[in-house]
Design a protein around this ligand. Structure first.
Ligand code: ZN
Ligand code: ZN
Length: 153
């Protein structure tokens, strides 16, 4: 397994520079990775809508241009982003509001490398059924899932 060996090399490099044991180095590396992913996820979700359509959308250009409204013919503006799936951690839902009336719509998008959490396969119940369960990063608001309590609580 090449990927596994690569990971072990990274852990050994950390052991050599920090003097940590293998398990401690592995745990610290994972925590750093989770922290980076958590920060990215929070940034992906938390931004203020652009004041006008003349400036780039603060979500980072990962959205589609807003459609023209059928009712009032104004443009829609990207106003919010939430996790868009219960198990697909790179699926987000973008909400667009019309600038001229109360119309709005939601687009489901995939942001590769920008997960809102971690998907884990867990064995459930007496039938030993494998189910995918997603854990939401702290600070990310999921409309259907509760955040995991942090270990310090
Ligand atoms: Zn946007
Ligand atoms: Zn409208």
């Amino acid at each position: 397994m090449t990927t596994n060996n690569g990971r072990k090399d990274v852990i050994r490099n950390r052991m050599a520079t920090t003097g940590e044991s293998y398990n401690v180095a592995a745990r610290n590396l994972k925590a750093m990775k989770d922290m980076g992913a958590t920060r990215d996820a929070v940034l992906t979700q938390r931004w203020r809508p652009a004041p006008s359509l003349d400036v780039p959308c603060p979500c980072g250009g990962t959205c589609e241009p807003g459609e023209t409204c059928d009712r009032c013919h104004a443009r829609h503006r990207h106003v919010a982003r939430h996790p868009g799936s219960l198990t697909e951690v790179e699926t987000w839902a973008d909400r667009y509001d019309c600038l001229g009336c109360s119309a709005s719509y939601t687009l489901t998008i995939t942001l590769p490398g920008r997960p809102w959490g971690v998907a884990e396969t867990v064995i459930q119940g007496g039938s030993a059924e494998e189910v995918v369960r997603a854990r939401v990063f702290p600070g990310v608001v999921h409309p259907q899932l509760r955040p995991e309590p942090s270990e310090e609580d």
